[in-house]
Design a protein around this ligand. Structure first.
Ligand code: GDP
Ligand code: MG
Length: 177
């Protein structure tokens, strides 16, 4: 865990995990730069982006890690998880398979991190209501069973993206202060 420097500065590592094409990279670009890419191109190069958030007058640096597409090969390395205090575990509400895949991501997270990591289940692409395959109730229920926060988001229209990240950051902050 990164400790506050001079009681003023905080650095929280947060990882994005979930199957390929659920929208992880777009959730990050929406949160960090308020941008969305319509093209499904592989994430290249960028390991993480840092976003500054203020809580109770304290400056928090949220260092959000995105995969470089290695989740396609189930090859997310332990370095990716190392030191993470939070995780957004993402599925696509229009593809049931990505929801079924959540259990495996949670298992991987468990083996890589201690149990104190703050976890949020994220059902992304909620703008695509007409082709939804996973109900909000099923998402909520899984999150409850697993003891996670839950949110449905849209990186496309920005619904709940800020909120999802901020809840995780806030909870990490509350746990350590
Ligand atoms: P990643 O592989 O999990 O990083 O997923 P990407 O961020 O690359 O997104 C995969 C595809 O889904 C891209 O074509 C995006 O434009 C699209 N996408 C991502 N988020 C959303 C969303 O909230 N709504 C819709 N309609 N499409 C999205
Ligand atoms: Mg990506």
């Amino acid at each position: 865990m990164d400790s506050p420097i001079g009681g003023e500065e905080y650095l929280f590592k947060i990882v994005l995990i979930g199957d390929s094409a659920v929208g992880k990279s777009n959730l990050l670009s929406r949160f960090a730069r308020n941008e969305f890419d319509t093209n499904s191109k592989a994430t290249i190069g960028v390991e993480f982006q840092t976003q500054v958030v203020e809580i109770e007058g304290k400056e928090i640096k949220a260092q959000i890690w995105d995969t470089a597409g290695q989740e396609r090969f189930r090859a997310v390395t332990s370095a990716y998880y190392r030191g993470a205090l939070g995780a957004l575990v993402v599925y696509d509400i229009t593809r049931k398979l990505t929801f079924d895949g959540i259990k495996r991501w949670l298992q991987e997270l468990d083996t890589q991190n201690d149990s104190s990591i703050v976890r949020m289940l994220v059902g992304n692409k909620c703008d695509l209501e007409n082709i939804r395959e996973v109900s909000t109730e099923d998402g909520k229920s899984l999150a409850e069973t697993e003891g996670m926060f839950f949110m449905e988001t849209s990186a496309l229209d920005a619904t709940n993206v800020q909120t999802a990240f901020e809840i995780v950051i806030r909870e990490i902050y509350d746990n350590i202060s």
